[in-house]
Design a protein around this ligand. Structure first.
Ligand SMILES: [Fe+2]
Ligand SMILES: [Fe+2]
Length: 217
C-alpha cells in the first residue's frame, strides 16, 4: 500500500462512520455518541499523521502545492475545534446533531479537495517507491499519534512532532481511564442486588466526569 492508498482508506473509514450516523434513528443517542467517539479518534489520528508526515513532504517536494497545503492546515484547524467541542458533548445536547452535521460538511469538503486536487498532484511529484516509504512513515506516525484533538497544539514541524509525542502519552492515559470507568459502570449495572451501588455509581460517575472533564481541559 502506498501513502495515497493509505490516506484514501482513512477517508473511507470516516465516511462510513458519517453514513452510519446519518442512517441512525433520531433517538439512537447511545449509538450516535459511540459513532462520534469513533469519528473523534479517527479524525484526530488522521489529521496528525498528515501534519507530521504527508504535508511537510509535499511542501518540501512540490512548491506549487504550498497554498493547497496551507489551506488544508486551516481546514484541519477548524475541524479540530469541532472535534474538541464534540469530544464530551452529550448526545442529548441541543446542538449535538447540528455540530456533527457541520463537522461532516467540513470534513467532506476537505476530503474532496484532497482527493481531487492534492493527491493526483502528489502522485505526479513522488515516485512509487517514495510513496511506499511515505506509507511506512504514516503507519509509524499512526502508532505514536495522539488519539484526541488538540487544536491549540502546533501543526507544523518541528513543534508538532514534540507536542504530538506528549499529547499521545496523555491521550493514552485518558483513553485507559475512560475504558476502565465504562467497565466498572457496566459491572455495577449487571451485578444483581447492587441497586444501592447503582445509585452511588450515578453520583460517583457525575463526580468522576467532572474530575475527568477538568483533566481533559
Ligand atoms: Fe487532511
Ligand atoms: Fe486526509
Amino acid at each position: 500500500m502506498d501513502a495515497i492508498a493509505l490516506l484514501k482508506a482513512d477517508h473511507k473509514t470516516v465516511e462510513t462512520l458519517f453514513r452510519k450516523f446519518e442512517q441512525a434513528g433520531r433517538n439512537a443517542r447511545k449509538l450516535k455518541r459511540k459513532l462520534v467517539d469513533q469519528m473523534v479518534r479517527e479524525l484526530a489520528i488522521h489529521s496528525v499523521i498528515e501534519e507530521q508526515v504527508f504535508y511537510p513532504s509535499v511542501r518540501t517536494r512540490a512548491e506549487a502545492l504550498e497554498e493547497d497545503v496551507l489551506e488544508a492546515l486551516e481546514e484541519h484547524h477548524v475541524v479540530k475545534w469541532l472535534l474538541k467541542e464534540l469530544e464530551n458533548l452529550p448526545a442529548e445536547a441541543e446542538r449535538f446533531e447540528a455540530k456533527v452535521k457541520v463537522l461532516m460538511e467540513n470534513v467532506r469538503t476537505h476530503v474532496k479537495e484532497e482527493e481531487r486536487v492534492l493527491l493526483p498532484q502528489v502522485r505526479k511529484a513522488f515516485s512509487p517507491g517514495e510513496l511506499k516509504d511515505m506509507a511506512e512513515a504514516l503507519m509509524l506516525a499512526k502508532k505514536a499519534s495522539p488519539t484526541r484533538p488538540h487544536p491549540r497544539a502546533p501543526d507544523t514541524p518541528p513543534g508538532n512532532l514534540m507536542a504530538g509525542a506528549m499529547s499521545a502519552v496523555l491521550d493514552m492515559g485518558k483513553d485507559a481511564l475512560r475504558a476502565a470507568r465504562r467497565k466498572v459502570a457496566k459491572k455495577k449495572r449487571t451485578t444483581p442486588g447492587t441497586s444501592r451501588n447503582v445509585r452511588h455509581a450515578g453520583n460517583g460517575s457525575a463526580r468522576e466526569m467532572a474530575t475527568e472533564s477538568s483533566f481533559l481541559m
